[in-house]
Design a protein around this ligand. Sequence first.
Ligand code: AMP
Length: 224
Amino acid sequence: MLNLIFLGPPGAGKGTQAHRLAARFNIPQLSTGDILRKAVADGTPLGKQAKGLMDAGKLVPDELVNGIVEEALQDKAAQRGFLLDGFPRTVAQATAFDEMLARLGRRIDFVICLQVPVETLVARLSGRATCPVCQTPYHPLSNPPKRPGICDNDGAALIVRPDDAPDRVRQRLAEFENKTAVLSGYYKARGLLRGVDGVGSPDEVEGRILAVLRDRVTQGPANP
Ligand code: AMP
């Protein structure tokens, strides 16, 4: 059982690393951003409520994302563990999540906080593209697809997210500073926070995260 939260600003590599670790440990990556984007694409009531805020780079209301996460956690696939990417993003979400976990008899092992300077974040977010089918993220500099614009795994045409436009990127970074950065203090106070240098190749960053997870094996759970 491995229950991890990835914390960090947009562009820190949460999605990339959660995607890799999900495959390595065979547990689901729960990305509230991916779930919301699918709801928008499918035109569901949830998607209709979220679309305008997402396009503007603003957070959607806590009640909506809390409901999404509670549902995903009860899924059979999540019984062996989860990798949360993009949730919680506010103190209210973190508190609601603690209550949810207590109700379900689960606990967080670690909160991995990926640390990346702001100029690197902006460079990473401009130009990144994602596969709409398998959600693999690509970037022309760090991990380009073999054929430009085409996913290596399934041949789908890659898409650039509307909220990766430069003014939306600035808005998303501001939302992080205003509402999410405080969560590192929240989890530090609970002994769960592990800072990881997020600068480097995806392999290098994954190696640093695996080193943190090995500590769990040798030192026992962070939150026994
Ligand atoms: P992401 O893919 O994690 O960058 O999320 C994309 C967008 O989805 C964000 O800019 C928000 O509009 C919305 N979103 C994703 N996760 C959350 C969350 N936990 N709380 C509020 N809004 C979220």
